[in-house]
Design a protein around this ligand. Sequence first.
Ligand code: ADP
Ligand code: ZN
Length: 444
Amino acid sequence: MYNQLERLPREQLRELQNKQLQQMVSYVYERVPFYRAQLELNGILPEDIRSVADLPRLPFTRKQALKDHYPFGLLAVPREQVIRIHASSGTTGKATVVCYTRNDIELFSEVMARSFIAAGARPGMLLHNAYGYGLFTGGLGTHYGAEKLGMTVVPVSGGMTQRQITLILDFKPEVICCTPSYAQTLGEEFKKLGIAPDELGLKYALLGAEPWTEAIRADVDANLGVRSTNLYGLSEIIGPGVSQECIEERVGSHIWEDHFYPEIVDAKSGEPLADGQEGVLIFTHLTREAMPLLRYWTGDITYLTHEPCPCGRTHVKMGPIRGRADDMLIIRGINLYPTQVEEVLMGIPDVVPHYQVIVERKSTLDEVEVKVEVTEDLMRTLAQETLSEDSIEADAQARTLRNQIQYAIKSTIGLNMKVSLVPPGTIPRSEGGKLRRVVDMRIF
Ligand code: ADP
Ligand code: ZN
């Protein structure tokens, strides 16, 4: 079920990318005044860019450029040729508008169909699609890809959890798409109802739109009875379907690099980084028509690897997204991504992967509190009032667990954090969309 392009020998893939890049640079130079000006400013002519190795000569395109040219200023085609418009969910600031021609929608469907196959889905399988429909690219992007593959799509969208539960029980989907935090919510609901994972009939889950770790994967796989894989994307590049983990390996996501050329650069200097080194993920469109971008600064932090994959796909893989540059907290001079806390918690028994990081400034110092839920079993043996660090009650078991978490955080992240254990089910859950696990109460 492969598209042959996914297994193209690397030299041929590189040749294809070089050719596509040359065409793309001329295309935007001729059609997008913003890019013409950028190239002129840097003294570059389109013919100077001959291969992907020349990309570092070009400046980055930042989100600000999309905002400055809101809504249609970066279009490379007449507005009438745009058949669909999406806007980012605006997690950070004002929404950014993205446009698609008919060919762009075809490309979107193609990369999403590839992603479904990589995740284990096949034509004829039933898809419960709980990504949000609407301006957000998640719902419609996955929808068109699944239809192209020949799946049966149930366009549920996010939210209304009870209805989702009923539809899953009645329709028996084999595949589900949603955010990882919402998959956790659904898993918990089934557990509450006493429905065992094998009664559901779900097999595969494509989870994305927010950072997640192996701890969440283990939780979702156990509660929904699936083998979940990572689906990554962002509106500016196409939406979901920029990269996808293969079910064979489930380590790293293949970037569909015959369409989206990736680079990793240092967050401060912008210099290219080698395989395995963590930095900002950059994409250059090779085939988009409506609104192609050169060297788009995603702000997402990860690394690339060209290690051969047992699945036979030759496309480069990216690691999990550690977080967005915007999500990074600087606490007493130390950089912290919420996923780092999650990774630490994953190694500790008796806690479950539901947590919240709260940052406050007390007098001049930043204080971080981690609230983490304990398991039902542990809760039964503990008195509620012994959970918080402030409690004077000397419940040895709670105190030992708190100390263990605190020590693990201090020794891996280097920060002292207050740890509060909380009863199961008390930390806010995803109601369908992206979940924010950090509450930053500092005023800058
Ligand atoms: P917004 O920027 O408003 O959230 P998008 O819906 O375009 O709009 O979100 C894209 C962003 O979501 C990515 O840049 C990335 O930060 C995050 N994201 C998407 N998929 C994943 C994933 N699989 N893992 C981690 N983060 C993801
Ligand atoms: Zn693979």
